[in-house]
Write a protein that binds this ligand. Structure first.
Ligand SMILES: *Cc1c(COP(=O)(O)O)cnc(C)c1O
Length: 410
């Protein structure tokens, strides 16, 4: 099999383009016609593979899904309108009232809100565990637990999930292991090799190629026996390992209307082609900046799992051999020092995103986590002293210079 970047550039179209286009064109059309009433009937009944209506499927979106599938070594991919849409659709497909999902409070703030507020209101419970304590995780699981949901590297705590350990628990309990690997998409992380059943990626981040567009991916490795999930057990008899993929396409995504736009699919297909190049540079920049910041007297603590003395270093090396993601955090004396520092930056942008080509910085406690109480923020590992740096692909010396001059102001 060829290398990652070769595979990301070379996949063929499912149908030959009439003009020999090298890029999949943007099919900005809602509906697709059939030659006869019989053909249209066959398409609606799923007997003739054809695009009918873009909320359900679209050639440009399908091509993007095929590209991700080839890169991840997956069995099927569903691309939707955002990372949050991907998580919501997946959970709605696999769980319902009276069920529970096991996760952690050290999780992306909007995902936490989805679980603890939105879905809770519909009768789905969330169990919160310390995912670094595998025995505690296993003890919390009940016969209503449908999945363990983790982030490969949590944001902004930068805790690294022990996926082999979690996969062993999921296997013993016959439940699904879902990993949100937005921080470590394919190239940085091989989900299948680490026992993940379903991988979620916000393609808004690394894959969009510089924060060009919103998108989300549900990547299915067809590794779970759906007979163990009461919502999909009947479908499993018919579709086997493809029960979830079928349910998402033919019902959940169709009914939710969370389709990825063809234009965004086009941008993200382009983004995939340079994913490995950009990831290499931004991960190398992050490690260098972590070392640089650690040497500064104003900086109390630097957190990056790629630092050799970080608690999660060995695990990060094993799971993410191509780079431990492009996100680091560090602490200054107090909130006022953080604000003074942020306000002095000239090159680095004050904005809340990650894996842009630009380096972005944010004070999580006063922004992403501002809706949570002080106690909850403490429990979520977001102190007032914390700064999050999402590192881009600029020249390292320029980033160092900007950080150094702003630290002088602290
Ligand atoms: C950004 C992000 C999401 C949500 O993705 P959107 O595309 O913004 O909806 C989910 N999980 C993680 C870890 C993220 O960083």
């Amino acid at each position: 099999m060829s290398g990652f970047t070769t595979r990301s550039i070379q996949p063929r179209f499912l149908k030959k383009d009439p003009h020999g286009s090298l890029h999949m064109p943007i099919y900005e059309s809602v509906a697709f016609e059939a030659d006869s009433a019989e053909e249209l009937e066959a398409s609606f009944r799923g007997r003739r593979p054809a695009h009918v209506y873009s909320r359900i499927s679209n050639p440009t979106v399908e091509h993007f899904e095929q590209k991700v599938k080839a890169l991840a070594g997956a069995e099927g991919v569903t691309a939707v309108s955002s990372g949050m849409a991907a998580i919501a659709a997946l959970i709605l497909a696999i769980a319902g009232q009276g069920d529970n999902i096991l996760t952690t409070r050290h999780i992306f703030g909007n995902t936490y809100s989805l679980f603890s507020s939105t879905l809770q209101g519909w009768g789905l419970e969330t169990l919160y565990a310390d995912l670094t304590d595998l025995a505690a995780v296993e003890n919390l699981i009940t016969d209503k637990t449908r999945a363990i949901f983790v982030e490969t590297i949590t944001n902004p705590q930068l805790e690294v999930a022990d996926l082999a350990g979690l996969a062993a628990i999921a296997r013993r309990k016959n439940i699904l292991l879902i990993a949100d690997s937005t921080l470590t998409p394919p190239y940085l992380f091989d989900a299948r090799q680490h026992g993940v059943h379903i991988e979620i990626v916000s393609s808004t981040k690394y894959i969009s190629g510089g924060a060009t567009s919103l998108g989300g991916l549900i990547i299915d490795y067809a590794a779970y026996d759906w007979r163990h999930n009461p919502h999909l057990a009947a479908d499993a008899l018919k579709f086997g390992p493809y029960a979830l993929l079928n349910r998402l396409k033919t019902r959940v995504c169709r009914d939710l209307g969370n389709a990825l736009s063809p234009h965004n699919a086009y941008l993200q297909s382009l983004g995939l082609e340079t994913l490995a190049l950009r990831a290499k540079v931004s991960c190398a920049n992050t490690l260098a900046l972590a070392e640089f910041l650690r040497g500064r007297p104003q900086v109390r603590r630097v957190n990056y799992p790629g630092l050799p003395d970080a608690p999660a270093y060995a695990l990060a090396q094993k799971q993410f051999p191509n780079g431990a993601a492009a996100l680091l955090t560090f602490e200054l004396a107090d909130r006022a020092a953080c604000f003074r520092f942020l306000n002095k930056l000239q090159l680095i942008r004050r904005a809340t995103n990650l894996n842009d080509n630009k380096t972005l910085i944010v004070h999580p406690a006063s922004t992403i986590f501002s809706e949570f109480s002080a106690e909850l923020k403490a429990e979520m590992g977001v102190p007032e002293t914390l700064i999050r740096l999402a590192v881009g692909i600029e020249d390292l010396a320029d980033l160092q210079e900007d950080l150094a001059q702003a630290l002088e102001a602290v």
